[in-house]
Design a protein. Structure first.
Length: 611
């Protein structure tokens, strides 16, 4: 690990504070009395300086300056800042690509990478593409340089994600850039100066206003970048701060930059990486001071005049299929920055398809039914009478929809299923989707499909639902007559008349009929006994003939009930009890009261023995 030194942020804050207050601060320290007005001015100056450099803190968080690019001078310097993690490069370089070991993609197209071998030689390049070749191995393609990657590969070579910060002295302050884009200015009354601090292995230092590279022939290595700020007229004092270069064992002794132009030429190097690109190429223009070039794909420009530059990327329209308009939009559409001769710039632009919109809708089926409508990879599952908007890329897609919609119902203690079938799908068989346009896919259903309802063999098609059996039906009525012997001790006959009715009934009492299903009610006919009458002509065989015998009752049969009973007819009348006749039975001995009594026998409806 490197020794603790001042960071870039700390140096800039210190220099800004010094430049803002140097004209009054030193004078105040030498005086024994200070006015409140001077104190307020000091506080205000400190606050302004703090606000000026606050944004730089986030820029350099977690980064270290590993190298200074060639071309640095007393008025400008380009710093290569990287994170603390480098990825191992296990294999020798190919001309424009190398391999790294990483769990995930370590770089992105358009970013910059700093290769550093075991001998302290480094090279700054721009990443064009990254692809995985196997588990944990990634191939990185970089922008082409004359002669390819000229850095020698050694065991222990590492690749660092890098960013280039440029410090450039300007009138009234120090301008700070990152990859060609301005981050802000730290203002001082008389500006900044840049110096270079070299140190050998014994700790001896040499400070120079001339940049001699990352190392000198006599064994000195660049250890820090010095920044100076000069105070005002009243107190002409100078404050110097240092930005450490390198950290711990990471020592860069030589650095190269791919495509770096000569500082004296007044030309800068700009690499524009177009990834992903539109089919057939994009539509881009790079312009600067009396400089304009149109191009369509990734390209490195080494003839860009130093100064303000502008990259404009425009939409391109493609018609891969008839009726389909595909628009490819760039991001960013406009990039502005400053080209600097000694610091190559990398700009990344990506084209993407502008989507259209698909509206899926369903009709003719119930809201609680679910139908899926699709167009290629896009789909929506909807209830009847509803719609859904889905973003879709331009293209022509095959349309489809659920052939049926099934809904379960229940009521009156039964359940059934309703089925709705697809009647039409529009458009079919395909739908065209264009960028920024809306297309619709509609599925119409009909139904519900009927089921078969049967009453015995009488069947017909009806809508699904809950059904109940018909009411019982009275078919006819009839009577039967038979004679029986009188009880023991009596002579004559007893005439028994039975009253019957024939009824048609159905089962089950209720059922649910589903679409394409069958519900059958089955009928049955049964005879029901609803009344019995007895008429007797019995005389006692032990009584004088002059003794009158009780007369049998004569009663009309009762009318049939409106609701037939479920009682089966009796096979025979009740048998008389085997009982000795009483001498004189009385009417009170019979039960119920509508009986005619004889010795130990009652003629009743129905027959009941005397009590």
């Amino acid at each position: 690990m490197r020794s603790r030194g001042l960071t870039l942020v700390e140096v800039l804050i210190a220099l800004a504070l010094f430049g803002a207050v140097a004209g009054t601060g030193v004078l105040l320290l030498n005086r024994t009395t200070q006015t409140s007005a001077q104190e307020r001015r000091l506080a205000q100056a400190q606050e302004r300086a703090y606000k000026a450099v606050t944004g730089l803190d986030q820029e350099l968080t977690g980064k270290s300056v590993l190298a200074v690019l060639p071309g640095a001078s007393a008025t400008q310097a380009a710093l290569v800042a990287t994170g603390h993690q480098g990825y191992v490069v296990p294999d020798r370089f190919v001309s424009d690509r190398f391999t790294v070991l990483a769990d995930a993609a370590p770089f992105s197209p358009g970013s910059q990478v700093f290769l550093l071998n075991g001998g302290g030689q480094g090279m700054l390049l721009t990443v064009l593409s990254v692809s995985q070749v196997s588990a944990g191995r990634w191939q990185v393609q970089v922008t082409g340089c004359q002669g390819g990657i000229t850095l020698p590969w050694t065991p222990g070579t590492l690749a660092y994600p890098a960013e280039v910060y440029v410090l450039q002295v300007a009138s009234g302050g120090l301008d700070l850039y990152r990859n060609g884009q301005a981050l802000g200015r730290v203002a001082t009354p008389q500006g900044f100066g840049v110096s270079f601090v070299y140190r050998d292995r014994f700790g001896n230092e040499q400070v120079s206003s001339q940049y001699s590279g990352m190392g000198t022939p006599d064994g000195f290595t660049l250890a820090a970048l010095g920044l100076t700020a000069t105070g005002g007229v009243q107190e002409n004092r100078t404050l110097t701060g240092r930005i450490p270069v390198g950290s711990g064992w990471v020592r860069v002794r030589e650095i190269r930059a791919c495509g770096q132009a000569s500082q004296n030429s007044g030309l800068a190097t700009v690499t524009v990486v177009v990834d992903p690109n539109a089919p057939g190429g994009g539509d881009l223009t790079l312009s600067g001071n009396n400089y304009t070039v149109n191009f369509t794909a990734t390209r490195t420009f080494q003839d860009v005049p130093a100064g303000n530059i502008r990259l404009e990327a425009r939409e391109v329209v493609r018609n891969p299929e008839q009726g389909v308009t595909a628009i490819w939009a760039p991001s960013p559409a406009l990039w502005t920055g400053r080209a600097i001769t000694f610091a190559p710039i990398s700009i990344q632009v990506g084209y993407s398809l502008v989507p259209g919109e698909l509206v899926f809708s369903v009709s003719g089926s119930p809201q609680d039914g679910r139908a899926t409508v699709s167009a290629g990879p896009y789909s929506a599952t909807l209830g009847g009478g509803s719609s859904q908007n889905v973003s879709a890329l331009p293209g022509r897609y095959t349309t489809s929809a659920s052939p049926e919609v099934s809904v379960s119902r229940s009521g009156n203690g039964v359940s059934w299923t309703e089925i709705y079938t697809l009647r039409s799908l529009s458009p079919s068989p395909t739908v065209a989707v264009s960028s920024r346009q809306t297309s619709g896919v509609s599925a119409a259903y009909s139904g519900p499909l009927p089921g078969t309802l049967c009453y015995d063999a009488d069947c017909r098609q009806v809508a699904p639902g809950a059904y109940t059996a018909p009411a019982d039906q009275l078919l006819n009525q009839y009577t039967t007559t038979r004679t029986e012997s009188c009880p023991a001790g009596y002579t004559g006959t007893v005439t028994v008349t039975e009253y019957w009715r024939r009824v048609k009934t159905w089962s089950p009492s209720a059922g649910g009929l589903s679409s394409r299903g069958t519900l059958t009610f089955v009928s049955a006919v049964r005879d029901e006994l609803y009344d019995v009458q007895r008429s007797d002509n019995c005389t006692s065989s032990g009584q004088p003939s002059s003794s009158p015998s009780p007369s049998p009752t004569s009663q009309e049969p009762s009318s049939p009930s409106s609701s037939p009973t479920s009682q089966e007819p009796s096979s025979s009348s009740s048998s008389p009890t085997n009982q000795e006749p009483s001498s004189s039975p009385s009417q009170a001995q019979c039960s119920p009261p509508n009986c005619s009594c004889y010795p130990c026998w009652c003629v009743c409806k129905p027959p009941v023995c005397c009590e």
